[in-house]
Write a protein that binds this ligand. Structure first.
Ligand SMILES: [Zn+2]
Length: 246
């Protein structure tokens, strides 16, 4: 796992719906996080299949809000990974903090030899003119900046399809229309890959299957910004938990 840097998004009660104020406060403090500000870890999973070097998510280098973020490329190099060696970039969805690091701040490509795997639904939704001038504009502009210049490198996939050998797409809509998780299979074991940024939420919900299943926190913020369907997001969240705990 390699970090792009932290992303602050403000008061926890605006993000996590379901837990009480007391539960929220404990959840945050148990994770050594401030109780008045959600700080997301913008983590990028790197896997080497033996044949392909792949990244899940990209951070925000092209649209960074401060110098604490947009550090993925530097951190990859410090980890001994050359960005030019990356074969596949696989954002789970097209929100700003997931596709914003395909390009660098200067408009160059961070991963010049990579193909980009993303759902067609998300590409179309987030590059649609209808998003401009709405609260969703930040992600829409990031999608234009990062996806459109790379259109010839983008590979679409279908639900259940192997995007790389041993890496299977699982359509998990709701957070965005094309939001996708991935199952990495190797040596008889499986790794479930999804948005990994919400450390506090993951720890809290995944320690309590019943709480996990009733939580709708996968869908945060105004519906117009994050998701066209809060109900779909909740259903996806529950089914994903069922898969994890089965
Ligand atoms: Zn998102």
């Amino acid at each position: 796992m390699v970090s792009d840097g932290p992303l602050s998004i403000g008061d926890p009660k605006n993000t996590f719906r379901g837990p009480t104020a007391e539960e929220l406060s404990k959840m945050m403090s148990d994770q050594f996080l401030p109780t008045n500000n959600v700080v997301l870890d913008q983590n990028v999973l790197v896997i080497n299949t033996g044949d392909k070097l792949a990244l899940f998510e990209t951070g925000m280098s092209s649209v960074k809000r401060n110098d604490d973020m947009g550090r993925l490329v530097a951190n990859l190099k410090q980890s001994g990974i050359e960005p030019a060696d990356v074969d596949a970039v696989i954002p789970t969805h097209a929100h700003i903090d997931h596709i914003g690091g395909i390009m660098a701040a200067d408009g160059s490509r961070n991963f010049p030899n990579a193909q980009i795997y993303i759902s067609q639904a998300d590409l179309e939704f987030w590059t649609d003119d209808k998003r401009l001038g709405t609260p969703a504009e930040g992600s829409a502009l990031a999608a234009r900046k990062n996806l459109i210049p790379n259109r010839d490198r983008i590979v679409f996939y279908k639900d259940g399809q192997e995007v790389l050998p041993g890496v299977q797409a699982m359509h998990t809509p709701g957070h965005t229309v094309g939001h996708t998780s991935f199952v990495v299979n190797s040596g008889g074991k499986s790794l479930f890959v999804s948005r990994a940024s919400r450390r506090a939420l993951r720890s809290w919900t995944c320690s309590q299957p019943s709480a996990c299943r009733r939580s709708s926190t996968i869908c945060r913020g105004p519906a117009s910004v994050i998701s066209p369907s809060r109900a779909t997001a909740s259903a996806t969240w529950r089914s994903r938990c069922d898969w994890c705990f089965s």
